[in-house]
Design a protein around this ligand. Structure first.
Ligand code: SF4
Length: 94
């Protein structure tokens, strides 16, 4: 393999690895689905999609990660919770 061929191969390999990594992250994000209200953990944590506790929503909970209507939650990993939701694990975002 000539020097030029080796460089081309390394560039292509790097680009392929980056593509696979980015694609994997996208697929992971797409794989997230909303937590179901009858999920055993949701039931145990008394999760609701619309908070009835004044001043407490997922959106202002320290476990919430996101800026849209739904986001990730450290307690319900791999699932999406509603920004307007609430559960017994609520802790005020600092
Ligand atoms: Fe919402 Fe509960 Fe998660 Fe906090 S811990 S973001 S209140 S589901």
């Amino acid at each position: 393999m000539s020097q030029l061929d080796r460089r081309s191969f390394l560039k292509l390999s790097s680009a392929t690895l980056i593509g696979i990594s980015v694609g994997g992250v996208s697929l992971h994000a797409l794989a997230q689905e909303a937590i179901k209200l009858d999920d055993p953990l949701a039931v145990a944590m008394k999760y609701v999609a619309k908070s009835t506790t004044e001043g407490q929503t997922c959106g202002n909970c320290m476990h919430y990660a996101g800026d849209k209507d739904t986001g990730g939650c450290a307690i319900f990993q791999g699932k999406l919770v509603a920004k307007a939701g609430w559960c017994a694990g609520w802790i005020k975002k600092p």
